[in-house]
Design a protein around this ligand. Structure first.
Ligand SMILES: Nc1ncnc2c1ncn2[C@@H]1O[C@H](COP(=O)(O)OP(=O)(O)OP(=O)(O)O)[C@@H](O)[C@H]1O
Length: 380
């Protein structure tokens, strides 16, 4: 790992903050390897989770390493919520150990001979008590690891190890959390076990996160903002809802393609054990939820679960039917299918149907149709 200073830096300067906007992440990096170049110039929200999404080799890890000060960039400038961490033009380079960041990798690299407690204390030593942002108790509670403190890492499951790794990163009181596919090494069961903890971090801590993933479902669950990378360049960025609803992006051609809808719990039907979730443009019924009316819930509607009809079909078992207008029709990645973007009063939907059905129903932009939603995934 390269942690040396860039040529011409002024050494271990503290983060500079004079005159910079207090909110937002600005990251300009150019890295030239033989056979690969990263060239990005990003302005990102200073809060919430930003997902870096792209194929293998698109440069996601390289970008995270740049942010961490671990890459030798030809050109670089990095501001984190009002602090300047790097500016190659001005000779500013804050070395990795002076950047207030937590870095979570695919597999937590815990010291095998130290208990979980000692591993966590090791991370804490770097931070003086006055600048601590999240308390020891709070971190243990957020990640549900209080009962694991005396164990050695070798006696933890993969998911528990990862939770300890995240806890250790949080205990360094980061102003930015970098997560490089933290779930990739876990099987589905462990992944589902750890996702709620990541959601809690997102909901309850005000630490911005850059989260690398190549799975739309994972991104849909955790991200607020998405950056798409391809061959070292940013091909698109925007809010999760906007990016997931675009048909000109590779996310639409993924087998998990679908939109994300922010809904509110409207009411419960205790007779049929159903809950009604409302959003601009409509509502859906889902199996009874524990959340009280008024709470927000994120929904994921996969393109493969949306079918279309020219009129409202009454004698169907599909409960969730919304009026929507066709906005765009594009070819899917198989010649048999098309992707259709619809809008239900501002809420986007994507349907994946056969080209044959598209022709038979005469589907074209502007047409009012009924979108039948066969399944809704609730996120969180
Ligand atoms: N130190 C290096 N020297 C030369 N090439 C490198 C170096 N590090 C990464 N690369 C190349 O840069 C490209 C981007 O790699 P990177 O790991 O950033 O991609 P990624 O999007 O994170 O991929 P993955 O999802 O597989 O982790 C790859 O082609 C990789 O081989």
């Amino acid at each position: 790992m390269n942690t040396s200073f860039e040529p011409g830096t002024k050494g271990e300067t503290g983060a500079l903050s004079g005159g910079l906007p207090a909110d937002g992440i600005r990251a300009r990096f150019r890295v030239d390897y033989a056979g690969f170049a990263l060239d990005v110039d990003l302005t990102l929200p200073g809060h919430g989770v930003t997902a870096l999404f792209g194929h293998s080799g698109s440069g996601k890890t390289t970008l995270l390493r740049c942010v961490a000060g671990l890459e030798r960039a030809v050109e670089a400038r990095l501001e984190i919520n009002g602090e300047l961490w790097q500016d190659s033009a001005a000779g500013v380079f804050l070395p990795t150990h002076r950047r207030a960041l937590g870095y979570v990798f695919q597999e937590a690299s815990l010291f095998p001979h130290l208990s979980v407690r000692r591993n966590l204390e090791y991370g804490m030593k770097r931070v003086d008590a006055a600048s601590r942002q999240v308390s020891w108790e709070r971190v243990l509670e957020l990640l549900g690891i209080g009962h694991l403190l005396e164990r050695l890492p070798g006696r933890l499951s993969g998911g528990e190890r990862q939770r300890v790794g995240i806890a250790r990163a949080l205990l360094t009181s980061p102003r930015l959390l970098l997560m490089d596919e933290p779930l990739a090494a876990l099987d589905l069961k462990r992944k589902n076990e750890i996702l709620p903890y990541l959601e809690r971090l997102h909901d309850e801590l005000d630490i911005p996160m850059l989260f690398v993933s190549h799975l739309p479902d994972e991104v849909s669950r955790l991200a607020d903002h998405v950056v798409l990378l391809d061959q070292g360049r940013v091909t698109a960025q925007g809010s999760l809802q906007d990016i997931m609803a675009r048909l000109d992006l590779p996310t639409a051609f993924h087998e998990d393609a679908g939109v994300v809808i922010e809904s509110v719990v409207a009411e419960h039907d205790d007779h049929y054990h159903l809950t009604r979730l409302e959003f601009p443009g409509g509502a859906v019924l889902v199996a009874r939820r524990p959340e009280a009316p008024g709470l927000r819930l994120r929904l994921r509607v996969h393109a493969r679960d949306v079918s279309l009809a020219n009129s409202r079909i009454e004698d169907s078992s599909i409960t969730n039917v919304l009026p929507a207008t066709v906005r765009e029709v594009v070819e899917a990645d198989t010649p048999a299918h098309v992707l259709i973007r619809l809008e239900a009063e501002g809420t986007p939907l994507i349907a994946c149907i056969t080209r044959r059905s598209c022709d038979q129903l005469g589907i074209a932009p502007g047409r009012r149709m009924w979108a039948q939603i066969k399944a809704v995934a609730l996120l969180g």
